[in-house]
Design a protein around this ligand. Structure first.
Ligand code: GUN
Length: 316
């Protein structure tokens, strides 16, 4: 088994973005991202902080806008409108989840599709389905970059996506389909899930259930991408889920932080069968923010008519 190193691929993506940002600076253009955080979700705070810091390190302009947990839909709509009209803002990111009193769909639809760096607006979803990859959700776009970096063959491959979320599963399936994979989307109601997944050359696990995909789901030699991010909080689980060689470091992390991260894939059993596996952490995670930077750059160029970047999708 070889590791799909997302940290490495994210570095390659960031370098490419930084180089183009420098070129644009010569033309007086500085791509800008506004990241909006509503409320006090600790994980969201970490993500937004990391997004803004990455912008700074690559030479992009960024703003972090923090609003109180009791913000109303109307108030957030007014902010989105203001950001839609601000010239120095190319990308608008509304960190999810939003507090329950806010109508998230209305907010996401209010974002100017040209500034929708998450690719969540219906216009961008529609374009994606039609095979035009304009602004594509960051996590699945990052997975494609990683598969392409490692030259994993997609055309003709049997791909199984486990999970049907709007953020990962559905756009992931479209991106793979456009690269000529044969795509199956599975979910919680799929009958005999292990048997369906065992048909796959390429497995994308995006269900949000710790270590659910075991070796029993994996055909010998399959490529496995683990999009999950779950917390393991007991030593017994650590011993059950991880290979022996990792126990000491995982248990030390557990003692220090109270948890250690596991994906949707059980490394212990899947490592024995997969040809490639993306680790957690260090697999898909770092790609999401790198792709967000790329989307912000892309939005800045598209808004200025600097040519449509070459479509990611080979059209047949
Ligand atoms: N929350 C979890 N994932 C994401 C994402 O990709 N974008 C935004 N905006 N919020 C998220």
């Amino acid at each position: 088994m070889q590791a799909l190193n997302g940290t490495l691929v994210a570095g390659v993506i960031r370098q490419g973005v930084a180089a183009r940002v420098e070129e644009l600076a010569g033309q007086g253009i500085r791509p800008g991202l506004a990241a909006v955080l509503v409320g006090e979700n600790p994980a969201s705070k970490v993500y937004v902080g990391s997004k803004v810091r990455t912008c700074q390190s690559l030479g992009l302009y960024s703003e972090k806008i923090e609003l109180a947990a009791e913000t109303t839909t109307e108030e957030l709509l007014r902010l989105v409108e203001e950001l839609n009209h601000r010239e120095e803002i190319d990308g608008i990111l509304i960190q999810l989840p939003l507090p329950p009193q806010i109508d998230a769909r209305r907010i996401l639809e209010a974002v100017d599709p040209a500034k929708d760096v998450d690719g969540f607006h219906a216009n961008n979803v529609g374009r994606l389905v039609q095979g035009e990859e304009w602004l594509v959700p960051c996590t699945p776009a990052g997975v494609i970059e990683m598969l392409e970096h490692y030259r994993i063959p997609l055309a003709g491959a049997q791909a199984v996506v486990i999970g049907r979320s709007d953020i990962v599963g559905k756009p992931m399936a479209m991106l793979l389909l456009h690269r000529h994979a044969t795509v199956t989307i599975c979910h919680s109601r799929t009958r005999d899930l292990p048997a369906v997944v065992r048909q796959a050359d390429l497995i994308i696990a995006a269900i949000g259930r710790p270590a659910m995909v075991t070796g029993d789901y994996v055909r010998e030699g399959a490529v496995v991408v683990d999009v999950g991010m779950n917390k393991v909080t007991t030593p017994e689980e650590v011993r059950r889920i991880f290979p022996d060689r990792d126990h000491a470091s995982r248990l030390a992390e557990l003692a220090q932080r109270g948890y250690t991260l596991v994906g949707d894939v059980e490394p212990r059993s899947v490592e024995e069968r997969a040809s490639w596996l993306s680790p957690v952490p260090g697999g898909v995670g770092p790609l999401t923010i790198a792709t967000l930077m790329k989307n912000t750059l892309r939005a800045a160029q598209l808004r200025r008519g600097l040519g449509r970047p070459a479509s990611l999708a080979p059209r047949s």
